[in-house]
Ligand binder design. Structure first.
Ligand code: SF4
Length: 205
């Protein structure tokens, strides 16, 4: 399939995704990234309250930290957004966590409902490298108890007939201290180095 056709399919897919209202407790708008068909995808958890204003994933505080990480391996935000398809486990704002701090974590049904979009994106993009960001995203690919068991390593998973490399990152939330102190700080650097060395990343940049 030609690049143009994949890109057209992805644009069409995003038009349908943008109209989605399947989850009654999710708050519009649907947030989608730029329609890149490079073989690298990142998968976040769900947009926060501010992403709706800027209409792009990781468009607020956590994004600033995330893009500093990618800057440290030579890719700036603009370039990243153009080359990496930025998906998420859920594409709408789940609302605030009424029992604690931060945002509500999407429930199992919402994750299942929204996974149809992710599945379609795998088929269109056929990624060779997926970068899940944060525990909820990582859990869609890997079974784990602690972030220290999975961050800083490259994993391989089967998606249908395709084998995909997974290099997880911690969530860059301002509420998290995991990546600011040992051992998270070192494991984050290990993960970024693995991303930088991955053939699909090198091809994209
Ligand atoms: S979270 Fe996903 S499935 Fe649910 S309404 Fe938003 S786009 Fe649709």
């Amino acid at each position: 399939m030609s690049q143009t056709t994949s890109l057209q399919r992805l644009i069409q897919h995003q038009q349908q995704l943008s109209q989605c209202t399947l989850c009654p407790d999710m708050i519009a708008p649907v947030i989608v990234g730029e329609p890149s068909t490079s073989a690298v995808m990142s998968v976040g958890q769900a947009p926060g309250i501010h992403e709706g204003k800027v209409q792009r994933p990781f468009g607020w505080t956590a994004g600033k930290t995330l893009f500093q990480w990618f800057e440290s391996i030579g890719v700036d935000e603009k370039n990243y957004r153009q080359q990496v398809y930025m998906a998420a486990v859920c594409r709408c704002f789940p609302g605030k966590n009424l029992k604690g701090s931060g945002d509500r974590i999407p429930n199992k049904q919402e994750i299942k409902t929204c996974s149809r979009w992710l599945q379609q994106e795998y088929q269109i993009i056929q990624p060779q490298l997926i970068i899940p960001i944060g525990k909820l995203a990582i859990a869609q690919y890997l079974e784990f108890k602690l972030l220290v068991n999975v961050v800083g390593k490259q994993h391989s998973v089967q998606r249908g007939e395709i084998s995909v490399d997974i290099i997880p990152l911690p969530h860059p939330s301002g509420l998290s201290t995991w990546f600011r102190k040992a051992p998270g700080k070192t494991l984050l650097q290990d993960a970024l180095r693995l991303i930088q060395q991955h053939p699909a990343w090198k091809k994209a940049f």
